[in-house]
Design a protein around this ligand. Sequence first.
Ligand code: HEC
Ligand code: HEC
Length: 470
Amino acid sequence: MKSIPKFSHRACLAGIAAVGISVSVSAAAQGAQEPVKNSYLPVTDSETFAAIHSRMVAAKPDIMKRQMDLLQERYDLSDRPASGVVMDRAKPVQEGVRVKLPQGVTWNQLAGQMPDQIRDQGTFPKGFLPLPHANHPEGGMVFPKSELDELNRQEARDLTRFDLDFDIPERFLAEFPPAIYLTTRPDLGDVSQGKLITIENFYDVFSGILNPKQLEGLRLLLTPFPQQQFNQTNDRRSDKPSRGVACFDCHTNGGTNGAFHLVGDIRPQEFRHRIETPALRGVNIQRLFGSQRALKTVEDFTEFEQRAAYFDGDPVIATKKGVNVLERGSQVHFMAEFQEILDFPPAPKLMWDGKLDPKLATPAELHGQEVFFNKGRCAECHSGPYFTDNLMHDLHAERFYKQHMENGMMMARDGAIKTFPLRGIKDTPPYLHDGRLLTLDDTVEYFNLVLGTKLTEQEKKDLVAFMRAL
Ligand code: HEC
Ligand code: HEC
C-alpha cells in the first residue's frame, strides 16, 4: 500500500464511490508524474468484495471517531429539550445555541466586529462552516438508525452501511415517523396513523383517500431502485446485494429523516456539499428545487434524483449498477402529483396572510414577528405566507473565514442557495442545506452575524419563539 498513500487513492483503486479524484492510478503508482484530472468513477472491479469489505470495516472506527470529534469540537450535543415545545406529535424540540464559541469571545463581541477581523483572528465559530460528510472522500447515502430499524422490520430491507454510521444524534433530527398532511384533505389532519409508510402498508392507509393516479405515484415513491451504495453489484456498501433505495427512505412520510449524501453536481470531491434531506411538505408552493441546482419543476427533480443524484451525476456508473429509468408520462408525473399534495403542518396561530393572529399569539411571538419583519431583515428573503421569496441568495459567509480543508472537505464558499420556506420549520431540524445548524437558536445567531443586524438577547429569544409558531 506504500505507493498509494492517501485514502482517496485507495478508494479509487477499489472501484468505489469516491469521485472526482484528481490523480489517476498510474500517476499515483509512479508518484512523480503530473496528476491527471478525471471526472469519472472507475467501472471495472479491481478488488474482490471480500477485500473491499474487510478493508473498509477495519477503517470505520477511525473514520467515525474523526467525524464525531469534529461534531464535538463544533457543537454542544447535549440533550436540552425546550419545555412545552414539541414537533408533529410528541418529539421535544431541542433548544439553545449549540454552535460552540471559540475561546475568549462572546456572541455580542463577534457581532460587533468586521468580517475580515473575524477571518484574520480565526474566530468564526466552526459550527457555522460547511459540514463535511461523515466520510467526505467516500460520500454516498447515509440513513439514521430509526429508519434502518423500521425498514428492516417492515420490509426486511437493510440499508446499513458496513463502512459508515449516521453521525448527528437523533435528538437533533425530525420526529420519526413524521405526520402526513394532505392539501386535498385538510379535514383529516395527520393521515399517517403514526406509521412509517412503506410499500407494505401504503395501500391500506391510502386507498380511499387518494385517487388512483396519486396512489400509483406513492407506490413508486416507496419502491426501492438501485443506487450507488445500495445495488446488486460488488461495488456497494451493504453486506448483501441490495434492491436499492426508495424516495421515502429519506423523505420519510414525505417529510425528512435527516438522511444525507453529497451533491452530485460539483467536482472535485472535496468541493462537493453535504446535503441533508429537505421535507417535501409544501413543494406545491415552491418554484426552485434543490439547494443549488434550481430545477424548475417537481417532475424534473423526480426524474433527476433517481437517474443522476442516485449515482453522483455519473451516467456511466449508473448503467453498470442498474439505473431504473422512469417513464415521464406514466410514472414521473404520478410521483410528482403525490408530492404536490403534501402540505405543511397546521400552524393554528397564523392567519391567511401568514401573520400571527394577535388574539392567539403570545407577547414574545408577536415581538419576534416584529423583529423578523424589521430589524432582523429576515422577511427580505423569507417573505409572504410561506416565508420564502422562491429565489436564491448568496450570503457570502466566506467573508468570515479562510478557505481550508477539514476532514477531507474544502471549507469553500457556499454560493447562492435557495431560500428554504419557514412554514413548519421547528419540525425539520437540522438546518441549512447541509444540516450544519442544530437548533433554531443557532440559525438566529448565524443570520445575526452574517447579516450584521446586531440583535439584542431579547430580540434573538423572541425570534426563536416566532419561528416555533410558523
Ligand atoms: C439520500 C436520500 C434521498 C433519497 C433516496 C431521495 N432524496 Fe430527494 N432529496 C434529498 C436531498 C439531500 C435533497 C436536497 C438536494 C439539494 O440540495 O440539491 C433532495 C431534494 C429533493 C427535492 C427538491 C426539494 C426542495 O425543497 O428543493 C425533491 C422534489 C425530491 N428530492 C424528490 C425525491 C424523489 C422523487 C426521490 C426518489 C426518486 C428522492 N427525492 C429520493 C435526499 C434524497
Ligand atoms: C439574504 C436572504 C436571507 C435573509 C435576509 C435571511 N435568510 Fe434565512 N435563509 C436564506 C437562505 C438562502 C437560506 C438557505 C441557506 C442554506 O441552506 O445554506 C436560509 C435558511 C434559513 C433557515 C433554515 C431553513 C431550513 O429549512 O433549513 C432558517 C431557520 C432561516 N433561514 C431563518 C432566518 C432568520 C431568522 C432570518 C433573519 C434573522 C433570516 N433567515 C434572514 C436567506 C435569507
